[in-house]
Design a protein around this ligand. Sequence first.
Ligand SMILES: *[C@@H]1O[C@H](CO)[C@@H](O)[C@H](O)[C@H]1NC(C)=O
Ligand SMILES: [Zn+2]
Length: 247
Amino acid sequence: MVLHSFFLCTLLTISLSFHGITALRQLSDSLPKSAGPTKARHVEYQVINVVPTTPGGISFDNKIGIPFTKEIMRTSNNFIWSVVFQQNDPSDQKPVDLIILYIAEFEGPTGIQWGTNINVSSLYVKGLEGDVKWQFTGLMYHEMTHVFQWDGEGTAPLMLIEGIADYALLISSYAPSQFPKKGEGDKWDEGYGITARFLEYCDGITPSFVAKLNKMMRVKYDVKYFEKLTGKPVDQLWKEYKAKYGH
Ligand SMILES: *[C@@H]1O[C@H](CO)[C@@H](O)[C@H](O)[C@H]1NC(C)=O
Ligand SMILES: [Zn+2]
């Protein structure tokens, strides 16, 4: 277990009405039309609430619960294979048999992923207001993407990894209303929603860009992959992206 294989993830948790509606509309434009059925590799999902008597643990049991969490793990897993990474051949998929999710008490990040484990902070759950299941589902899409994405065996930049996880969140239509808009940010590898929006732009230049990039990142990462896939170096892509949508 090495340090860079931990992903500490923070999601915005303010709940506003109409969240997701804009994202949903964009989704219908950007989804590949021909994502075929995924040949199922069998994955088990286990959910353990290690703090069932704390306020956050009680909130989890009352507002989300283990059966709902397992269902979201399964649906997000299938979405990640078929739509995000388009890995319809099991040999392209990360060989995962069991994912364990812990509801545990810790400060700081909302979620931590390492290997095939995910910890969700009971303090984050306690703080959720409004549509709690909806927001929790968004966090699941992000964390589950970490479980299944390739990271060049640890050589890919951390903020690209976080950007790809938020890209999955973005196209899942569970992105909160305060998710960055197109053209926001200063650097392509700023991470999270900024990078997710940039990756969405790259998808518009080269169809299935993120799925192809992820596939290339199986054993090694190279920033030249951007140029291989689009014909343009990443810095030029970022300039053109900013020129198109820039704030
Ligand atoms: C996740 O939570 C479990 C259960 O409390 C704990 O054993 C483990 O150390 C935690 N992992 C991290 C990386 O915090
Ligand atoms: Zn993350």
